[in-house]
Design a protein around this ligand. Structure first.
Ligand SMILES: Nc1nc2c(c(=O)[nH]1)N[C@H]1C(S)=C(S)[C@@H](COP(=O)(O)OP(=O)(O)OC[C@H]3O[C@@H](n4cnc5c(=O)[nH]c(N)nc54)[C@H](O)[C@@H]3O)O[C@H]1N2
Ligand SMILES: Nc1nc2c(c(=O)[nH]1)N[C@H]1C(S)=C(S)[C@@H](COP(=O)(O)OP(=O)(O)OC[C@H]3O[C@@H](n4cnc5c(=O)[nH]c(N)nc54)[C@H](O)[C@@H]3O)O[C@H]1N2
Ligand SMILES: [Mo]
Length: 752
């Protein structure tokens, strides 16, 4: 019998077979994701952590900064012995240094499922222990999380912009900076039963909407939408947007009434446009001045949605393109009208714009964080390397805590962080690193303690997500491999040893917790919201529960627009801030008080003449299941594919399918060459998520032998405002790899 299940890339049914599991997409999914084919490999021993392991140097010599971290031997040990040692280490660190010495931010996507969500489990554990240093914001949209509250008073545009239904029905022109890539909308955090974005875009097109794709990659928008492609130079969107504003200003076609009534600081902003002409922007952006002028004029002809993907802000000075897009939308004057205004992150996941789901979901209580010490999420290496040193963020002066014990569950910093060799040094500076993982990721390989975790297929859970319309009764598909345990069980073992066992478990087994969360929800918040859900046993027998239909069309900032006096924004002025006195008051030259052009500070030069676009991968979610079938099918010569324009390939004598070396100022990796005219000339594209392989790298004389793009990227914040991830861009060189490429070792058991 097919067992209901869920993942960040879709709901499915699974059957255990003699040689693994067989997956069938959810019957209601109109466009199931190819990422589902990555799932079956999780049920095989390949790359699985089958027992708890410990690094020899830590086990024998005790905690402390250690250069052997990441290259030492791992020893399998018994669960109880290891839990005893980790509990003792917690006692040492907390006793000698207090909770400010523990980092349990543990950023990462982990897996679908409300109870077994690894990060939630770890946070509950550490909150009961007196807290630990955590992280603020996300790698995904850290810029928007900090900037948008200054500009529009909250993060609503990120979480719940104007709905797709509104765009589908009303938008005449979609200007998509960073595109609306089909690949990204396959995924939504927590689960996605129905993949609808492609269909909605098709419907908008069929109704007459036109699309303009602003991106260095042609395939950031489906070909069937017939978009005009403006192949912008990476990192220059702000120049394009300011030049469009300049055209509206000089044409006199901007909406003065909207600016006066609904915005603050328009005078400063408009004055700052002096000289920002299309002719000024053309050489920067690579887009002809006439094209820029034409686009600006089209934008005021009908209903226009200006949308910026999260990636465009995941860059150095990434605050600027987002703020400039809001400014352009304000000048167009359609913020708050159906299908008009601005968006940030449409299609960046399948959830954005999907529904404004207001009803409650079952939640696993994590308790309040008693410590409340946070670092910006992408400043983890800075914190580990520079304890006690000052830094600035969002107008505050802070000091990095001295982190000694690092505890990670459900994330892969050796996937998600930039400049991985610097991250290696940072991890080596810690005294103890504890990682929970189902797989031997590079993060597990850089730990002292590796707890063997189960995958979702090995446990029962409750699948539910903010932008989905189902609760899924996720069932256990097969028994845990080896000695893998649920993170809940591992943390219960630690909690018990640290004297917080009863408050952590409340006396419930994992299965009892899942039922408890469901029943609490059913009889409490759900009942109050008028949702009649069946009792747990019935829910499990049915396999899923369908939540009420999507609420009516939502238009971002509609009531504000209608009556700004009655519905002011939570900005100092109550209006959209095109110039923010607050931000100006911070005195940041890397993020002044209104959107400005700041030239990227790493641009191609003689040594590294190409723009790298390090985007999210089409064939997997981040690094997850990189050894799965879909991800492996995308590899070229066993390496992560790197796309290069035909002319750039010809200039270097490179052939399709060959192994190449990418180098930046930080490091180098191998890749498999794909020659493609879907890439702007001068740009190379390599997605994130190939497992870091320093072993094969050493044999090849490079940093990574497989193609983890984050050995190339730069570990620097967007600006002092958001201090957000800037991993999307770097300057690189590509050349042929001479010799026999080494076998990729990233999926081997360590030490083999
Ligand atoms: N250069 C560059 N870098 C980037 C980006 C970029 O655009 N460019 N994008 C960034 C973005 S937007 C993000 S969100 C991050 C993503 O970074 P992450 O979210 O850290 O990446 P994942 O690969 O999803 O890591 C999740 C890990 O959790 C593990 N896991 C899954 N289920 C469980 C479980 O039940 N228990 C435990 N213990 N572990 C589990 C998986 O095996 C996997 O190793 O990457 C960022 N990095
Ligand atoms: N299949 C799949 N889907 C995913 C994920 C995944 O790993 N795999 N990750 C999920 C997560 S956590 C997130 S946060 C989102 C990420 O969503 P995004 O951040 O929107 O996605 P990316 O793929 O990083 O980037 C989208 C496109 O932006 C373009 N781009 C890069 N630089 C520039 C620039 O300077 N200017 C312009 N105009 N365009 C530029 C690139 O061509 C790139 O393909 O995706 C989610 N969806
Ligand atoms: Mo993300």
């Amino acid at each position: 019998m097919s067992i209901p299940h869920s993942s960040h890339w879709g709901a499915f049914g699974a059957v255990a077979t003699a040689d693994g599991v067989r997956i069938t997409p959810h019957p209601d999914d109109p466009a199931p994701s190819a990422l589902l084919a990555n799932v079956p490999v999780a049920a095989t021993p390949t790359a699985r952590v089958l027992r708890p392991h410990v690094r020899r140097g830590w086990w024998e010599d005790g905690p402390g900064p250690d250069d052997r971290r990441g290259r030492d031997e791992f020893l399998p040990v018994a669960w109880d012995e290891l839990l005893d040692r980790v509990a003792a280490e917690y006692r040492r660190v907390l006793g000698d240094h207090g909770p400010r010495a523990v980092f349990a931010g543990s950023y990462g996507w982990a897996s679908a499922g409300r109870f077994h969500h690894a990060q939630s489990q770890l946070h509950r554990f550490s909150h009961l222990l007196g807290g630990a240093v955590r992280s603020s914001w996300t790698y995904s949209h850290g810029v928007g999380e900090v900037l948008l509250p200054h500009v529009v008073g909250n993060q609503e545009p990120l979480l719940s912009p104007t709905s797709w239904t509104s765009v589908e029905a009303h938008t005449d022109l979609v200007i998509a900076l960073g595109g609306l890539p089909a690949k990204n909308s396959e995924v939504a955090s927590g689960g996605i039963t129905r993949h609808e974005v492609a269909g909605r875009l098709r419907a908008a097109r069929a109704r007459g909407a036109e699309f303009v794709l602003v991106s260095p990659l042609r395939d950031d928008l489906a070909a069937e939408l017939g978009a005009q492609w403006l192949d912008v130079v990476p990192g220059t969107d702000t120049a394009l947007l300011l030049a469009m504003c300049h055209v509206l200003l000089t044409d006199g076609t901007y909406d003065r009434e909207f600016l006066d009534r609904c915005t603050e600081g328009s005078a400063e902003f408009l004055a700052s446009l002096d000289g920002r002409t299309p002719e000024w922007a053309a050489p920067l952006t690579g887009i002809p001045a006439a094209t820029i002028r034409d686009l600006a004029r089209r934008a005021v002809r009908g209903r226009t949605m200006v949308t910026v993907s999260w990636s465009v802000a995941r860059t150095r000075f990434g605050e600027q393109p987002l703020w400039a897009a809001v400014a352009l939308a304000a000048m167009i004057g359609q913020i708050g009208l159906p299908g008009g205004g601005f968006g940030h992150g449409y299609a960046s996941t399948g959830g954005v714009g999907k529904r404004a789901g207001t009803y409650p979901l079952p939640t696993f209580p994590q308790f309040a964080d008693p410590l409340r010490v946070r670092i910006p999420v992408a400043r983890i290496a800075d914190a580990l390397l520079h304890p006690g040193e000052p830094y600035e963020v969002d107008g505050r002066h802070e000091v990095y805590p001295h982190l000694r014990l690092v505890h990670w569950a459900g994330g892969n910093p050796f996937h998600h962080h930039q400049d991985l060799q610097r991250l290696q040094r940072a991890f080596r500076a810690a005294e103890t690193v504890v990682v929970h993982e189902p797989f031997w990721t590079a993060t597990a390989r850089h730990a002292d303690v590796v707890f063997a975790s189960t995958t979702t297929l090995e446990r029962e859970d409750l699948g539910a997500a903010r932008y989905d319309d189902r609760l899924i009764a996720m069932g256990r598909v097969h028994a845990p491999l080896g000695q893998a345990r649920d993170d809940y069980s591992t943390l219960s073992g630690l909690a018990e040893r640290l004297g917080i066992g009863p408050s952590f478990t409340e006396g419930r087994s994992a299965r009892e917790w899942v039922e408890h969360l469901y029943e609490q929800w059913r009889t409490g918040p759900a009942a109050r919201a008028g949702i009649t859900a069946p009792p747990y046993a019935r829910f499990v027998a049915d396999g899923e529960f369908r939540l009420p239909a999507e609420p009516a069309e939502k238009v971002l900032l509609a009531s504000f627009r209608a009556d700004p006096g009655r519905f002011p924004l939570r900005t100092p002025s109550g209006r959209v801030e095109l110039h923010s006195r607050t931000v100006a008051g911070f005195g940041y030259d890397d993020c002044p008080g209104h959107p400005v052009w700041l030239a990227p500070d790493e641009v191609p030069d003689e040594e590294f003449p190409l723009h790298l676009v390090a985007n999210n991968p089409a064939t997997r979610l981040h690094s997850q299941l990189d050894h799965g079938a879909t991800s492996q099918a995308g590899k070229v010569a066993g390496r992560e594919p790197v796309r290069v324009h035909p002319q750039d390939a010809a200039d270097r004598g490179l052939r399709d399918g060959q192994v190449v070396v990418l180098r930046s100022r930080r490091g180098s990796c191998l890749g498999g060459l794909v020659v493609s005219d879907a890439v702007r000339r001068g740009v190379v594209q390599m997605s994130t998520g190939a497992w870091f392989d320093p072993v094969a790298g050493a044999e090849a004389g490079v940093t990574c032998g497989h193609g983890n793009v984050n050995v190339l990227t730069r570990d620097v914040g967007s600006s002092r405002l958001a201090q957000a991830c800037t991993g999307q861009h770097a300057a690189v060189q590509v050349s042929a790899f001479e010799g026999v490429p080494p076998r990729v070792r990233a999926f081997d058991q360590p030490g083999t």
